[in-house]
Design a protein around this ligand. Structure first.
Ligand code: NAG
Ligand code: NAG
Ligand code: NAG
Ligand code: NAG
Ligand code: NAG
Ligand code: NAG
Ligand code: NAG
Ligand code: NAG
Ligand code: NAG
Ligand code: NAG
Ligand code: NAG
Ligand code: NAG
Length: 431
């Protein structure tokens, strides 16, 4: 354990004797971009328990120059200053924490029981991923190896993460893994790629707002996303996930998936609700290119045959998506309102014999009981009059799709639903 230098930590005379500002312990950064991660880990281990409050005040910027693993229990963390990650790519590629999905990594692995991680009532708390160097490195690619997610809520229960601004995340801003009963509220995620090339074929590659994986009872309330990939995505074994008051600017929308990528672990998505969602395309060009269809909500499951290896290959996995309710959605100029793609693969080839799309219709992952209610707004007409493409697999036809009060208009005429292998649908007619 690295010792906190006496002048770095500001401790009250007696632990537990809360100062006037309620901070049991306060950490001061070392300054001049020296690595504060060891001292942060230490103060949270020592003081982040027993009902204490650990403070990182607004006036300070802390450098996270090395992989950060923290443990708290029964504690409030007031992160009102800025945590800024270093951008030494070689370091992070070799030292981040493994995530058991698509060979990915995370930079801050946070273990918490009964905790509050709070950026303060004035929303000053900032987690700055210093991501530009990663965007430059990933130019023209998507799942380029070695990029860590910013905050990994890992093996955690009964927590609240609130009032935080995620700026220029390295990769996905937030992931929950093995997490239960965690509420995220008043969160904003923003990323932009300032490379000159970003205006054309480049974008803020693979910056998801938040992903849930192997987690249950997760709530997102008042979440704003402004970047280039999934706003919030539900990966395998996400159950009882509830979203409300979500704004997605740019990127393809809210994602169910990807799922079905691994043969050895079925993916179950169950009891997911989304209400009060606003989605629009980004206001500047470049973002979202390479992502294909933009929608309010979309579902992506892999081909039913294992083809190539993760992150960009895979498939042959199974599972279910069920008991989903999406309500009160407003969208502006998207490609589509809703789509289901049951033939996902990121392997691209010019050889038709090797084209993974030959395995469309092989997925055995099922979609059942999905309700879409109170949709309004517009498509941009890039799919003619279509507002939904529901491509289910012949091996697993979709059942129980319901559209209620669905009023999305197209510039090209009456809205149409395009369907493949949809066994039962209400409130819409497949054409
Ligand atoms: C980046 O990290 C590597 C590996 O940890 C280290 O050898 C190198 O000195 C660091 N570079 C800078 C500029 O700090
Ligand atoms: C760190 O990772 C890079 C890229 O993967 C690799 O080339 C390099 O050898 C690694 N360095 C160390 C010290 O492990
Ligand atoms: C928020 O800002 C106001 C005005 O600057 C200040 O009085 C108040 O103490 C701040 N609250 C917090 C929690 O920082
Ligand atoms: C979660 O934490 C518990 C208790 O510390 C431990 O027994 C378990 O192995 C951890 N699970 C994971 C997935 O790390
Ligand atoms: C969920 O977590 C919150 C916040 O820590 C806590 O107040 C609540 O009691 C927890 N709910 C359950 C069912 O444990
Ligand atoms: C929602 O969160 C933002 C910060 O991202 C904050 O400015 C706003 O006040 C919050 N809205 C409500 C109703 O709490
Ligand atoms: C970026 O593209 C937009 C429209 O495509 C154009 O108006 C703008 O001038 C371009 N900006 C730069 C810096 O090239
Ligand atoms: C999901 O949970 C089931 C058990 O309920 C397990 O068999 C499966 O491997 C899990 N999938 C993932 C992605 O962890
Ligand atoms: C529907 O969602 C919008 C945000 O997209 C929100 O402003 C509005 O209040 C919501 N309506 C209801 C009835 O909750
Ligand atoms: C469909 O899902 C909703 C929302 O979870 C649930 O209330 C309802 O019971 C489900 N219907 C069926 C037939 O399972
Ligand atoms: C649905 O299938 C059609 C015909 O194969 C294809 O053109 C379209 O891109 C597919 N859409 C999705 C969302 O998978
Ligand atoms: C999948 O099967 C449906 C009919 O069940 C067909 O319309 C569609 O073209 C097939 N998709 C591909 C890519 O072969």
């Amino acid at each position: 354990m690295v010792k906190i230098s006496p002048w770095q930590a500001i401790l009250p005379l007696a632990i537990g004797a809360a100062a006037a500002d309620d901070c049991t312990c306060t950490l001061k950064p070392l300054g001049r971009a020296r690595d504060d991660a060891p001292a942060i880990a230490e103060i949270l281990s020592e003081c982040g328990n027993s009902g204490n409050t650990v403070c990182f005040p607004e006036s300070y910027t802390y450098t996270i120059g090395s992989a950060l693993e923290t443990f708290v229990e029964d504690a409030t963390i007031r992160l009102e200053g800025t945590f800024q990650f270093s951008n030494n790519l070689t370091y992070w590629m070799n030292n981040s924490f493994p995530v058991d999905l698509q060979n990915q990594l995370s930079a801050w692995r946070f273990h918490g029981q009964n905790f509050v991680l709070d950026g303060g009532a004035n929303f000053t708390g900032t987690i700055d991923g210093n991501g530009q160097a990663w965007y430059t490195y990933s130019k023209g690619g998507s799942n380029t190896p070695g990029r860590p997610m910013t905050l990994d809520i890992y093996n955690s229960t009964n927590g609240v993460v609130r009032n935080l601004y995620f700026y220029q995340p390295q990769f996905w801003a937030i992931i929950t893994q093995y997490a239960k009963n965690i509420t995220f509220e008043n969160i904003e995620v923003f990323a932009e790629n300032t490379d000159p090339a970003a205006n054309g074929t480049n974008w803020v590659q693979n910056i998801d707002g938040a992903d849930t994986y192997r987690s249950s009872d997760i709530t997102f309330r008042n979440f704003t996303y402004d970047a280039g990939d999934d706003c919030i995505a539900f990966k395998g074994n996400s159950t009882s996930i509830h979203l409300s008051d979500i704004t997605c600017l740019g990127g393809p929308g809210i994602a169910f998936g990807s799922i079905g990528q691994y043969t050895d672990r079925p993916d179950y998505l169950d009891d997911i609700t989304i209400e009060n969602l606003y989605v629009q395309r980004p206001s500047y060009s470049g973002v979202g290119l390479g992502q294909g269809t933009g929608a309010a909500v979309y579902f992506k499951s892999w081909i039913g045959v294992e083809y190539g290896t993760p992150p960009n290959g895979g498939g042959g996995g199974t599972g279910t998506v069920t008991n989903v309710v999406v309500s009160n959605v407003t969208m502006k100029d998207l490609d589509l309102a809703v789509y289901i793609n049951s033939c996902l693969s990121y392997i691209s080839t010019i050889d038709p014999d090797a084209d993974p799309s030959q395995y469309c219709n092989t997925s055995t992952l099922t979609f059942d009981n999905l309700t879409f209610s109170g949709f309004s707004g517009t498509t941009d007409g890039s799919y003619g009059t279509q507002v939904a493409q529901l491509n289910c697999s012949t091996e697993a036809p979709c059942t129980g799709l319901t559209f209620l009060d669905f009023d999305v208009t197209t510039p090209n005429g009456a809205a149409q639903f395009s369907c493949q292998n949809v066994e039962s649908i209400a409130g819409a007619t497949c054409s």
